[in-house]
Design a binder for this molecule. Sequence first.
Ligand code: ATP
Ligand code: MG
Length: 450
Amino acid sequence: MRLSRYFLPVLKETPAEAQIVSHRYMLRAGMIKQASAGIYSWLPLGFRVLRKIENIVHEEQIRAGHIPMLMPTLQSADLWRESGRYDDYGEEMLRITDRHDRDMLYGPTNEELITDIFRSHVSSYRDLPLTLYHIQWKFRDEIRPRFGVMRGREFLMKDGYNFDLTKEDALHAYNRHLVSYLRTYERMGLQAIPMRADSGPIGGDDTHEFLVLADTGESEVFYDSQITELKFGDREIDYDDRAQCQAVLEEFTSRYARTDETHDEAVFNQIPEDRRRVARGIEVGQIFYFGTKYSEPMGATVQGPDGKAVPVHMGSHGIGVSRLVGAIIEASHDERGIIWPEGVTPFHVGLVNLKTGDAEADAACEAIYAALVGKGLEPLYDDTDERAGGKFATMDLIGLPWRITVGPRGLKNGVVELTSRRTGESEEMSPEAAVERVAQIYAPHMVRGI
Ligand code: ATP
Ligand code: MG
């Protein structure tokens, strides 16, 4: 992409309404614009990050054997009356009446809709196990939308639902989700810690929330510092292997880590004092096992091996896709702007022409640009005639992890500069070497999506 033809409305001033750094930088970098309270337009740069996150989520869900689909945002109230949640949900649910006076709602979550799909099409245990998921906009009429996309009213969520014959099978689905989520967040450059949590209006007994530690987080968390040393890394996992998934769950949940809803001071105090941590965290996902809570009232049964109809065991599993954009910035920034992890950066590399209009500099930039694109990379080429200082400030603000700087002086010696946004370190090398290096850096981060 050439900056001269792009739409990147960066702001010089810090917007007064933004209280936390991710909200400030998202506005300043021209990623979002508020449409009304808690509802945002995703401008081109923000949209690219959102799509990168979505694609990582898709890849990891599909790897775990889960099946993508898409359900609508508007739902009929009748289904929610069947489960009993139409009255329970309260004012967070946006209720709508259509021209025929039918009660509709903008879905805050999809347990009812997916259970209806399931009961219409599945009747035998032979079709199980089954996990379906989608990435779709949700609406919750939050009483206090704030912090930009972190607590919106309209927000993008991945929500997945497992259907299993027995509790044991459903707990394996739970473990599978936990493992796939660990991989998902790490690919986004985040450490998200599974913590024991409360199930809220979804219902059920088993649930973990995934939290990213950050001072601006809305949840109070209590944990054993040893848990922050755990890494999933690039280990291979067989998602059908129950023992393997169970072992990962045990490894990542055996140390104390809880939100304030389930915190137990007495148990916490058994941890050696120097390892006890009280901090704040951003909830970026949650997994639930809730058994037959929806399948029973809604009649989602299958015929078991003995011919008897039994309600299926279910769970639901969410990732806050749009909230993640803010959470990643909270975890990765400095005083000059955002520092995107390679996995989610909107463009792979910034290409800065120090002297637009200089024939040699222009030609070198064009060649580098073409070479990057030829390698499947996505460069953002600043081909405008702004002065160098302004170009660097914009690149630092929007946070691309790598920058190639091209100027007449370097070109005389046959070199350009490759700079890391994270460390600030620069290295001179030939244009070909710079392209090769960037391609190598991104080789493990190329996202296919679906
Ligand atoms: P919270 O406790 O933050 O209100 P929740 O527990 O009600 O969230 P879930 O039903 O677990 O939310 O939804 C799954 C994920 O969707 C959450 O982990 C969170 O990352 C994201 N999410 C929930 N509500 C919002 C919101 N208002 N704005 C942005 N993301 C949200
Ligand atoms: Mg939650």
